[in-house]
Design a protein around this ligand. Structure first.
Ligand SMILES: O=C(CO)[C@@H](O)[C@H](O)[C@H](O)[C@H](O)COP(=O)(O)O
Ligand SMILES: [Zn+2]
Length: 196
């Protein structure tokens, strides 16, 4: 068991090192897309399932409250938190619609959709992306594996940040680092004078 534990750490570290080489460019591009949207008075909507629902909430909390620096609150909404909304859409329509219906209600032209799926194949995340496309919302997709169906849906103003791993746990561990990089870009670009 001790060897198994150590190998989980080793694999996580190695995936992060590989990701830092591959993903620094796309992460910078995604961070600047978010900065431009926030500067224009827009907001960021975030969604995902399971561990990725937690990631969506982690991101929105860091914008709404703070990341590392003292700065004003920034507008973000996790579409994963309102159990009344999620259960009623799932019950009356379909679980595939739980995020897309909220994007229809809350998403405006220029808002960003942060779509998180380790497989790239979650139907409710895919439908949220399709709705965001129809609203002219740029999409930042955090994926893994081969990018799944999400990879084929993105346009030239969108950014896919695809973790080079096929294990859900390893992909999620890198997604968290990516989310912290995005928060760091937002803080240091929008509030360059503020001390951490
Ligand atoms: O956290 C984990 C596994 O580490 C699970 O809860 C996992 O997030 C769920 O199985 C999700 O439904 C997987 O969805 P996705 O990442 O493929 O979109
Ligand atoms: Zn997990």
């Amino acid at each position: 068991m001790l060897e198994r534990i150590k190998s989980n750490f080793t694999e996580s570290i190695q995936t992060k090192i590989a990701a830092s080489e591959l993903l620094a460019g796309p992460i910078e591009q995604a961070g600047m897309t978010m900065v431009q949207s926030l500067l224009a008075g827009n907001k960021i909507l975030a969604c995902g399932n399971g561990g990725s629902a937690g990631d969506a909430q982690h991101f929105s909390a860091e914008l709404l409250n703070r990341y590392e620096t003292e700065r004003p609150p920034l507008p973000a909404i996790a579409l994963t938190t309102d159990s009344s909304t999620i259960t009623s859409i799932g019950n009356d329509y379909h679980f595939d619609e739980i995020f897309s219906k909220q994007v229809r209600a809350l998403g405006n032209n220029g808002d960003v959709l942060l779509a998180i799926s380790t497989s790239g194949n979650s139907r409710n995340v895919i439908k949220a992306i399709e709705t965001a496309v129809s609203r002219d919302m740029p999409i930042i997709a955090l994926t893994g594996g081969d990018g799944g169906d999400i990879a084929g849906l993105l346009g030239e103003n969108d950014v896919e940040i695809r973790v080079p791993s096929s294990r859900t746990a390893r992909i999620q561990e890198v997604h968290l680092v990516v989310i912290h990089c995005l928060c760091d870009i937002i803080d240091t670009t929008l509030f360059p004078q503020t001390e951490a």
